[in-house]
Design a protein around this ligand. Structure first.
Ligand SMILES: [Zn+2]
Length: 255
């Protein structure tokens, strides 16, 4: 229990760094320099104003110098990263596997929020994470390099097939190549079976959110939803519940 709390707090601080990545990667800026500053007035953020979640609450979501609103994204990303860091280590233990899965999770968080804001998936980040997933698979006991290579190819291939089928039959572009990048990364870390499960789970989450937005009359055709956050939600379901769901499914078929 104590260890989960420590990991949660550690995750909050990692989330704080992920926020910097989400903010700076689309602008092509360095994620390590300069230190955090207010985007409006440029005044540097003092260490005591940079405590994850707590500072946001104390400052009531405003810059201490100029009063500019701080996006809700900051505390949400910090909390999400804290919770997922604790959940991953509690599920997979203090092991190299946990470290491996956390790399994937941090990638998914950064990519989802960038996709939400810009409708783009950063290519260099995806490429770097893909190579890490392939290389580090040598050190993960439940996953082999062969599975990682096949999973990545399968993940990218399925999305390319969906993109091209959709184009052939409708003449329109649905998913983008960025989505193929995301699924290549997921496939490298989780293998092909969980890619399939990920896609089913993502369609389900996407349908639920889509219907919800239509009911709230919040959805317009000019603002299509990015797929990145749904693929990421599907990947988390596949990571945490994949083995249970796959065994249950195979058991149900009497295999
Ligand atoms: Zn300011």
């Amino acid at each position: 229990m104590g260890i989960c709390l420590i990991l949660f707090v550690l995750g909050l601080f990692i989330g704080s760094f992920l926020n910097v990545c989400i903010y700076r990667i689309p602008e092509g800026k360095s994620v390590v320099w300069p230190p955090s500053h207010c985007p409006k007035c440029g005044s540097p953020i003092k260490p005591y104003d940079n405590i994850p979640v707590i500072s946001y609450l104390i400052l009531k979501g405003k810059c201490r110098s100029c009063g500019e609103r701080i996006s809700w994204q900051y505390p949400v990303v910090e909390l999400l990263t804290g919770l997922l860091t604790a959940a991953t280590v509690c599920r997979f233990g203090l092991s190299f596997s946990s470290f491996y899965y956390l790399l994937l999770i941090y990638y998914l968080i950064v990519v989802s929020f960038i996709d939400l804001k810009t409708m783009e998936v950063p290519v260099r980040l995806s490429y770097g994470t893909l190579l890490s997933g392939l290389f580090l698979s040598f050190f993960v006991p439940e996953h082999s390099f062969k599975e990682a290579v096949f999973g990545a190819s399968f993940g990218a291939g399925v999305i390319l097939f969906i993109i091209e089928s959709y184009y052939v039959f409708t003449g329109k572009e649905g998913m983008g190549y960025g989505d193929a990048n995301i699924m290549a990364v997921v496939g490298a870390f989780l293998g092909w079976k969980k890619v399939l499960l990920n896609l089913f789970a993502a369609s389900f989450v996407g349908a639920v959110v889509g219907i919800g937005l239509i009911l709230l009359k919040n959805k317009s055709k000019e603002n299509p939803l990015p797929f990145g956050p749904f693929l990421s939600a599907g990947a988390l379901i596949a990571l945490f519940f994949g083995d249970v769901l796959i065994n249950w499914y195979l058991g149900g078929m009497g295999v």
